[in-house]
Design a protein around this ligand. Structure first.
Ligand SMILES: Cc1cc2nc3c(=O)[nH]c(=O)nc-3n(C[C@H](O)[C@H](O)[C@H](O)COP(=O)(O)OP(=O)(O)OC[C@H]3O[C@@H](n4cnc5c(N)ncnc54)[C@H](O)[C@@H]3O)c2cc1C
Length: 399
């Protein structure tokens, strides 16, 4: 890998910077800077997505024929770094980052034509219906059923932890279409319109008071068979393909660098703190090297592969380390609960701002505590890190 950027890449970086200077409104910048979790509020992420879409930059990882950018690994890394440095809010990952690649890899031509353009433009927001009570790590234990009835399936079941189901237009679900001796068989990947009669969303309120996750109940929900992606009963293949994109193929390192700079701006005076920041900075550099390698593979048409488990584990644990450093640096200013000062990933209920709505403490400290609490989930969602270690042991180390 060439370490220095070429003239062409430097010119691209200038083009991105110029665009961001102009396109990122102060409201979008504030939302990116003051995020409390990995999720921007859907209203914010969709506003930003529409702006990027107008420029043709909403889906850098998608092939050009579907409206993607077809960029090299280097360009995608530059783009991610510039977005992060400019404080852009992230886009919702469930459509562009998960279901989109699945439709591109496994969808029918009709499904691609129907779903990809609206996913790309931000007209449709997507959510992910994999987990159920009793079926998280052991995903193959899932029970939501889909019974064939003419041209449709009738779906019944209960999904849980569904991020942004309260705002989504569509959900992609794993459902059981038959009972087989091998549990991974008989599972089907299906797309469900959230406005279909029988779909009910109930909120799960997080420790920070935010509403981001949900339970989704399905009672006799009629879904056309044409919404099945891949073969009926072979959804496990599709699910595994999607999970590689969910866990890897992104670019966390530039954002981590921005967070390190915010921590440094708060303090380096604590005992041994500068050394711990330097340790974290080295870990960010190492992560970036692996992300670039995976991105180079993606740019040449490969799926991320089991290396995505490594990226997910290292990335989320490093992120948790940064939240700990940030809370320490924030000191007493990490303590006040002031959601009115930050940009939550969803609405915060039952909170009346004190001090006439004025926040206390330096702005870099406002998000320290909510981010710390939210980030505990990083080693749980997208498959727990214990499960990722099992995958690495088997698929990478051959144990
Ligand atoms: C913030 C957040 C957002 C989420 N968003 C979504 C979403 O949008 N859509 C969706 O479908 N799901 C979502 N999830 C669900 C997530 O994927 C599950 O929580 C996760 O897969 C773990 O499943 P579980 O909660 O049932 O825990 P369990 O599977 O019950 O695990 C409990 C503990 O046991 C450990 N464990 C289990 N099995 C093994 C094993 N074989 N070896 C070693 N250790 C093991 C786990 O690591 C964990 O520590 C979200 C979760 C969170 C917290």
């Amino acid at each position: 890998m060439q370490i220095a950027w070429s003239d062409d890449e430097r010119a691209f970086r200038t083009e991105v910077r110029t665009f961001l200077d102009d396109a990122l409104t102060p409201e979008l910048r504030a939302a990116g800077r003051n995020m409390t979790s990995v999720y921007a509020h859907p209203t914010i992420s969709l506003t930003w997505q529409r702006i990027l879409h107008a420029k043709g930059w909403a889906a850098p990882a998608w092939p050009v024929e579907y409206g993607g950018c077809g960029w090299s690994a280097a360009r995608r890394s530059i783009f991610a770094a510039e977005l992060s440095a400019a404080g852009a809010p992230p886009l919702s990952p469930m459509g562009l980052g998960m279901c989109g690649p699945v439709l591109i890899g496994h969808g029918t031509p009709q499904q691609k034509t129907r779903f990809l353009p609206r996913m790309l433009s931000g007209e449709d927001l997507w959510c992910q219906g994999y987990s159920e009570p009793g079926s998280g790590s052991d995903l193959a234990a899932l029970q939501m059923s889909a019974r064939a009835d003419g041209d449709d399936f009738i779906c019944n079941g209960h999904k849980i932890w569904t991020t942004h189901a309260n705002a989504a237009d569509w959900i992609f679900c794993l459902v059981r279409t038959s009972q087989e001796k091998i549990r991974q068989l008989g599972i089907t990947f299906i797309l469900i319109d959230m406005t279909t009669p029988g779909v009910e969303v109930r909120p799960i309120i997080s420790l920070s008071g935010e509403h981001i996750q949900n339970e989704v109940f399905f009672t006799d929900v009629r879904v056309p068979k044409t919404n099945v992606v891949g073969a009926v009963g072979d959804g496990w293949t599709v699910a595994k393909y999607l999970m590689q994109f969910e866990r890897g193929g992104g670019s966390s390192a530039p954002g981590f660098r921005t967070r390190l700079a915010k921590i440094r701006a708060m303090t380096t005076d604590l005992d041994g703190f500068a050394g711990r920041l330097a340790d974290a900075a080295i870990a960010v550099d190492a992560l970036e090297a692996v992300e670039m390698r995976v991105m180079a593979g993606l740019a040449s048409g490969q799926a991320p592969g089991p290396e995505s488990s490594m990226l997910k584990t290292v990335g989320t644990e490093l992120s948790q380390r940064l939240t700990e450093l940030s809370l320490e640096a924030a000191g007493v200013y990490g303590a006040p609960f002031q959601p009115h000062a930050v940009h939550a990933g969803g609405p915060t209920y039952g909170f009346v701002p004190p001090n006439d709505g004025q926040a206390v403490g330096p702005s870099d400290a406002w998000t320290a505590a909510p981010k710390y609490f939210h980030d505990r989930a990083g080693s749980i969602y997208a498959g727990t890190n214990e499960i990722q270690r099992n995958i690495m042991a088997k698929a990478i180390l051959g144990l």
